[in-house]
Design a protein around this ligand. Structure first.
Ligand SMILES: C[S@@+](CC[C@H](N)C(=O)[O-])C[C@H]1O[C@@H](n2cnc3c(N)ncnc32)[C@H](O)[C@@H]1O
Length: 227
């Protein structure tokens, strides 16, 4: 239940049906997030975002490697974010911010002046049972909200150890009017994440580029791949 609350708490119909106590907690969390984003991102224009960053291994190494990018890692698991924050404090990167936030809420409250340039999603929860597919983070609505927050030509990188989950992801990207699959995968091997270790490094990857299309254009494309 907790995960469903996190995944759908920006949906007004669902929040209306929630236990008022839970709803108040979520509203409080959203107010805190909105304030934090407004005050911290006053001067930012383009950011690199990792969704479901866990303990922060990947983004800490990434921010050190790419000091010119402002990197934000978010996760709904507070304990994991606490560990990521400690990692950021120990790191020499000054361009790194880990934040307790749910992805749809983050996209909703991200100031409109700030655009996503790169998005990384590593080993998202695969929810392998059919009745749980609705809990997967990759959904048409999510890809649309992500596209709205991106600058043109933004890149979305997703990696998972689950072949079936990646099929699902590819199908949704192919069906979208905004994202185009790239042939080239660009996953810098900068650090090993917790779930990368747990899954013994088994990985399928997909990279997509934001390129809003007219419906008719979309249908003309035989493979829907760019470069
Ligand atoms: C399987 S773990 C992978 C963690 C990390 N990327 C790694 O490779 O070790 C998936 C992570 O996504 C987070 N998560 C799930 N749904 C989320 C959401 N809607 N918004 C933000 N984080 C989410 C979970 O809390 C969890 O830490």
């Amino acid at each position: 239940m907790a995960t469903r609350l996190f995944l759908h708490s920006t949906d007004p119909e669902l929040t209306a049906r929630m236990d008022p106590k839970v709803r108040r907690l979520i509203e409080q969390r959203q107010r805190t997030l909105k304030k934090a984003l407004q005050s911290r991102l006053k001067r930012a224009r383009t950011i690199t975002l990792e969704i479901g960053c866990g303990h922060g291994h990947f983004l800490t190494a990434y921010a050190e490697r790419f000091p010119e990018e402002f990197c934000i890692g978010i996760d709904v698991n507070r304990r994991r974010i606490d560990r990521a924050v400690i990692k950021a404090e120990r790191s020499r990167a000054k361009n790194l911010w880990f934040l307790y936030a749910e992805a749809m809420e983050f996209l909703k409250f991200l100031p409109r002046t700030v655009k996503l340039g790169k998005i990384w999603i590593l080993y998202p929860d695969p929810w392998p049972k059919k009745r749980h597919f609705k809990n997967r983070i990759i959904q048409a609505e999510f890809l649309g909200a992500l596209a709205d927050a991106c600058r043109r030509s933004a890149k979305l990188h997703i990696k998972s150890d689950q072949a079936e989950f990646m099929e699902w992801t590819r199908d949704l990207l192919l069906a979208s009017d905004e994202w185009r699959l790239s042939r080239r995968q660009a996953f810098p091997e900068l650090a090993t994440t917790v779930f990368q270790t747990l899954t013994r490094g088994k990985a399928f990857a997909v990279t997509a580029r934001l390129e809003p299309m007219e419906k008719a254009d979309n249908q003309k494309l035989p493979t829907h791949c760019d470069d």
